[in-house]
Design a protein around this ligand. Sequence first.
Ligand SMILES: [Zn+2]
Length: 105
Amino acid sequence: MTIDPAGEVARIEAERAKLPADERLRLEAGDAPLLRIQLLHMLERAKKAEAAIRRVRALHQPIHHMGKPWCTECSHRRSTGPKTYEWVAYIPHPCPTIDAIEETQ
Ligand SMILES: [Zn+2]
């Protein structure tokens, strides 16, 4: 179910406009603690989401090879010795994961 926040606010405001002033003030005063709790909960969720995005960005860093940027996490290299490796798959950076978390216009 999709909620239209602006529509809901307009509906509640229209209903409250029909009430006597003292009843309207009583309802609005009762909303404040609930709204504060909702905002704190939303802030906590936003902080966790931002931290998760930072961790994903930290994993999907570019590495330059053959003159192009590749994603270190999505591209694959295999070990060919104790200190050597060869590339077996190249995924350009920004990779689909970074594209998915970027803001779209
Ligand atoms: Zn990647």
